[in-house]
Each structure stands twice: as C-alpha cells, then as structure tokens.
Ligand binder design. Structure first.
Ligand code: ADP
Ligand code: MG
Length: 641
C-alpha cells in the first residue's frame, strides 16, 4: 500500500538532499499529481527544474523510478549528481556491455536502487523486458517526452516502446517531461504514452529580466561592438560557421576585449580549456557555434548576441535564455541583415538532401565505419561527424539531415557525446625512469603520484583521472594537464587527453543501397517541419509590433501573457506613449494610487474622478506599454522591470 505523503515530508526531502528552501510553484503541483498516481505531462523551460519533479516523489516512497532519456551525457551527469547526494542510481545505454547491463538490472530487482536511467533503444531488449516485471517500480519518468511524437522535430521511433513498457507496469503512473511542445505534440505525447486521462501542467516561459531585441542592419559588426561596449559582464556571441567564430573573436580582440572562439570541430581538450576560462571570467566573450552551451551552468551571463538566425524559435529561446539566469537584467540581441531571410531559405533548400543523396550518404557512412553489407547489426561505433564530412567532402547540414532521416526510419541512432577519459602509457621502463634523474624539478614528485595511483602504466594505456591526480599532487587540474603534456614532449609518456565523441548505433545490418527504404511520409514531414520551424524564426525576426516576450510565450503554448515592458518594442512603445501622453498629471495620479495598493480598474477609475473615458483610456495605454499589469486577481498593479 502506498502511504500518503504530506507536504512537510516533501519539504524535508528537498532541504535534506538539495538544500533548497522551497519548490517552484509548478514543481509542487507536478509532484502532488505524481503522488496522487495521476499520469501527467509537465511542460517547463530548460532549467525550470524538471528533474526534481520525479526525484522528490521517488525519494518520498518505496520503490524504483525508471527514467527514459535519450542523452547519454546528461544521463551520466544525473547519475553522478545523485551519487554525490548519497542516492543509489544507475544508467543503461548503448555504451555498456551486456554483462554490465545484467549486473545493473539485477541490482534493480534485488538491490535498493532508487533510479534507473534507460536509453530508449534499450527498452526493447529481451534482457530488459524479462526483468522489468520483477522490479518494484513506483514511477515511470519520460524525459524529453516530445521525442515520442512524430510531429515533434526530435522524433525517435524507439520512444514508442514506452507504450509497450507501460503494459508491463500496469499500475505505475507516468510523468512525461519536456521543454518543447506545440499543442499537436502535447496531445500526441499523452496519447502515445497511454495516459488514463489527459493532464498537462505548464510552467511559464517568461523571462522577466531578459530584454529581447532585434536589430535590422547592414552593419552587424558595428551593432555587436556597440552592445559589447555598453553592457558590462560576460557574454556569448552565436555565429553560424566555424570560420566565423575565429573571425568575430579576432574582431573583438582587436577592439581590446578578451574573446575566444569555440566550435565542435575543435579538439576536446581545447574546447574544455576555453570553456573553463570563460566560466571563470578570464575570457569575457565566447564566440561560438551552437555546439556551445548545453549543460553549462553560468548564471551571470549578461548578454547573448545572435549574429545569425537559428533554425527555430525554440533553439533561439534556448540559446538566448542562457543570459541572465541570476535574475539580473540581461540582453538577448538578434542581428538581421536585409537579405538574411532569402539567403537562409536558399541554403535550407540546398542542405535538405534529395532521397538518392540520403542513400548515398548511408553508403559512405557505412564504408567510413568499415561495415560491410550484411554486417553491423546492433553494433555501436564512435563517430566523428567533422572528420567524416571532411573526408567525404560533404556538408555537415546535409549529413545531419540524412542521419536524422535514417534514424526516423529505424536504421540507426546517433547519440550525443560520450566522455572518454584521458589515458597514459609510460614509454620508458622503471629503471630508465629513475636514471633520467628528473628530480631536478617538480616532474619527479609528479611522476611518483602517477606511479602510486596507476600501476600497470608500463604495459598498456591506462585511463587516468586528472582531477584525482590534482587532488593527490596538490596542483590544479590545468597544471596537471600541462605537466602531462611536458612528460609527453620529453617522450617519457604517451598521453591521450580526454575526449568526447558521439556514438552511432546501427540497429540493423548494412543493407545494399537498393534495399534501403526511406518512407516518403517521413521524408516529406521532415521537410515540412523543418520549414515550419524556420518560418517561426523568420516571423520572430520580422515582427515590429508585438512584445517579443509575448511572441515567445505564445509559441510555447501560453494562453495568457503580458507585455514584458523591457524588450525593444515595449520600450519603443513606452517612449512613443510618453511623448503623446495627453495628460501627464493623470498618469502620475494613476501611478500614485497603484503604488499605495493594487486596485481593480472600476474602483480605480471611480477613485481618480474626472471623465471616466479619459481615465480608462490612460489605463489601457499604460497596460499596452507594459507599465501596468492586470493581475490574475483582477487588480491593476505597477510592473517593476
Ligand atoms: P530542467 O531539467 O528543467 O532543464 P533541471 O532539473 O536540470 O532543469 O534543474 C535546473 C536547475 O535548477 C538545477 O541546478 C536545479 O538544482 C535547480 N533547481 C530546481 N528546483 C529548484 C528549487 N526548487 N529551488 C532552487 N533551485 C532549483
Ligand atoms: Mg532536464
């Protein structure tokens, strides 16, 4: 029997494990629904705190929570975090051997594991199906739930297995989580996950401290520099290409700013280093492609400039939203040149590959992975898309698009990056090492630490943990890496720095090209969705009348929204209204009355005296400019930016 859980228990869990004082408003509502056994879809922005909504109720009760999530890196991140809090958790994904998976599943049946993270591709496996019925499952959480809908841009056929999984867990409620869903997608999620009845809880996508603006200009550099000189603090500039990251970073450095470039084609160690320096504030501005930013926790980013448009308003919101996490005023600026729209539509046409081309890319991909026709079923490969494109002279955009289509048709899955630890191997023997008499400097004690921590480094490459070496030697991680590089240069060791590479997982054996079938509807729908999403972005960029924040909120399905009062359009409207303000005294009187107490419009008009039409008109104008806000309680109040 489930015992009821009271609010105090939930608060105590929140405080004990996470040290937070209170839940965010929607979090509490979601947790209550979960505890009441209701199937629920929670739609909250990224960073809105979705993880806690399945973690807290699970800790409040007996039993295991199964979490389906597509991203291996985030899966590991979550498991690590839970471990640090002293909570037992594990993950199964394509990177593990079947022996490892076996042990973990045993732990779920007989052990006291609280959270099991599962990649969707693993749900269909025999070994998982056989065991799951014997686990004591209290909740099924589905992260990135929009992946289950073919109307969603990130549709993954493997997510459909969750429906079948529910049959095996008949009394277990489901909590679906997403940050991105149109109405069509939310309905689809609830249907495909076989909700007992529809139940959607939505958080707010408004960012009251973030000032959005769009600048149409022939001189993007000039506008960029203006913002960079006027706004203090850290920032990100998003550009489209790798070359542009270097160019713009150079431009900023020439202007006396500290700026670094960042893109996915860079070596992993280099990327980490630049990222660390930016987070630490040693570099003020990061000029990056969209490879930068996921999972980065920096709260005091003061501006995000987009030098070019994103593929969708959703990506734009996500990237721009990295500014101002600390709640202080921050700026999101989109730069648009007059011919941008035409150019991008043309590029979109070029990049979307014809069907024949998709098949050709499939062939090249298999050959690149050295998989022969008839081989490769259910196997995984490290896959470096930059290297592949470079070698085959292909556009990255087309390749990604082709991979997505192959994925939609069930042939393969491209997962996100999987971390590989740094490795070392001593290339000189122990005796020789002592004879080298490196004692003169700090290398000698450093080598001792290495030998103490890792025996066996003389015979084969061993994974090492740079953080652990730092802890033992007293150096910073950066210094540890430097010393390792020095030993490498001295030819004392061979050193492979840590790297991250996505995994390509082949579901089926390689087929001869003629047998490869891409369903026409997946192809057309993909093209259609890509275009629709991009058009939303264009609409956002060309809008000259509506509050930018409201446009975004509506895009995410809000039925009620208010002008933000701080975007470029709200500010322009406010200035215009002030200039044409017929009666400054009336405005003052209104502000004065509302400073004392929020009041409903009727009472306020009566209180102001004078002609009621005039007062009503002034109130409307002040709401339109975002100066006043009509609360849900029906009372007007002053908006404080
Ligand atoms: P999402 O999955 O929605 O993107 P996360 O679950 O990763 O968001 O949470 C984002 C951040 O918000 C985390 O750092 C988390 O610790 C923090 N957070 C979540 N809930 C609360 C809360 N009630 N109080 C304070 N911080 C919170
Ligand atoms: Mg999350």
């Amino acid at each position: 029997m489930k015992r009821p859980v009271d609010d105090q228990t939930l608060q105590a869990i929140l405080r004990r494990y996470w040290g937070f004082d209170s839940f965010r408003p929607v979090q509490e509502e979601i947790i209550r629904a979960v505890l009441a056994g209701r199937d629920t879809l929670a739609l909250l922005p990224t960073g809105g705190g979705k993880s806690l909504t399945y973690q807290v109720p699970t800790l409040a009760r007996d039993g295991l929570c199964i979490v389906v999530t597509p991203l291996i890196a985030l899966m590991k991140d979550q498991v690590d975090r839970l471990h640090k809090l002293g909570i037992r958790a594990a993950a199964i994904h394509a990177g593990l051997s079947s022996r490892q998976i076996d042990v973990i599943l045993d732990n779920c049946v007989y052990g006291d594991l609280k959270f099991l993270y599962v990649a969707p591709e693993r749900l269909a496996s025999e070994i998982f199906r056989a065991r799951v019925g014997r686990m004591k499952v209290s909740l099924l959480a589905v992260d990135e739930a929009h992946c289950i809908s073919q109307w969603g841009y990130d549709f993954r056929p493997a997510y459909l297995e969750i429906g079948t999984l529910r049959e095996r867990l008949p009394d277990v409620p489901v909590l679906a989580l997403t940050a991105s869903a149109t109405q069509r997608v939310t309905e689809d999620i609830m249907e495909r996950l076989r909700f007992a009845e529809p139940h959607l809880l939505r958080g707010s996508f408004a960012r009251p401290n973030l000032s959005f603006s769009v600048r149409r200009t022939e001189d993007k550099n000039g506008q960029l520099l203006r913002l960079v000189h006027n706004v203090a603090g850290s920032g990100i500039v998003y550009v489209r290409t790798r070359e542009a990251t270097e160019q713009i970073a150079r431009l900023l450095r020439d202007e006396g700013e500290t700026a670094a470039a960042y893109h996915g084609g860079m070596a992993h160690a280099e990327r980490s280093l630049r990222q660390e320096e930016w987070i630490a504030g040693k570099t003020r501005i990061m000029v990056a492609t969209n490879a930068f930013g996921m999972g980065i926790d920096k709260s005091d980013v003061r501006f995000v400039v987009h030098y070019a448009m994103c593929d969708s308003l959703e990506s734009y919101y996500q990237e721009a939203g990295r500014a101002g996490r600390d709640g202080k005023r921050a700026y999101a600026l989109l730069l648009v040149a007059p011919d941008d729209a035409d150019r991008i539509v043309r590029r979109f046409e070029q990049e979307f590959p014809p069907l024949e081309r998709v098949k050709e890319i499939y062939d090249k991909l298999c050959s690149y992975l050295q998989v022969a026709v008839g081989d490769g079923a259910e196997s995984s490969y490290l896959f470096n898309i930059y290297d592949f494109c470079h070698r085959e002279h292909l556009y990255e955009g087309s390749v990604l698009c082709a991979i997505k289509l192959l994925q939609l048709n069930g042939y393969l899955t491209l997962t996100d990056a999987r971390e590989h630890p740094a490795r070392i191997l001593f290339t000189v023997g122990r005796d020789e090492l002592y004879r080298l008499r490196l004692r003169r400097d700090e290398l000698d004690p450093f080598i001792r630490v290495l030998l103490r921590l890792y025996n066996g480094v003389f015979t084969e490459f061993r994974p090492i943990d740079e953080q652990q070496i730092a802890d033992w030697s007293g150096y910073t991680v950066e210094r540890v890496r430097e010393l390792l590089r020095r030993l490498w240069q001295l030819r004392v060791i061979r050193y492979i720095p840590a790297n991250a590479s996505p995994i390509l997982y082949l579901n089926e054996e390689r087929l001869p090209r003629a047998d490869l079938y891409i369903a026409p509807d997946t192809y057309l729908r993909r093209k259609e969705l890509t275009r629709e999403r991009f058009e939303q972005m264009l609409r956002y960029a060309s809008n000259e009348t509506e509050c930018r924040s409201e446009v975004i909120e509506r895009y995410f399905g809000a039925t009620e929204s208010h002008p933000c009062g701080i975007c470029d359009l709200c500010l322009a409207r406010r200035r215009a209204a002030k200039q044409s303000d017929g009666d400054p005294a009336l405005r003052e009187a209104i502000l004065d009355a509302l400073t004392r107490e929020p009041t409903d419009p009727h009472t306020l008009v009566a209180r102001l005296g004078g002609p009621p039409e005039k007062a009503a008109e002034a109130l409307q104008r002040m709401q339109a400019t975002g100066e006043l806000l009509l609360g849900e309680d029906g009372r007007l109040k002053i908006r404080r930016p």
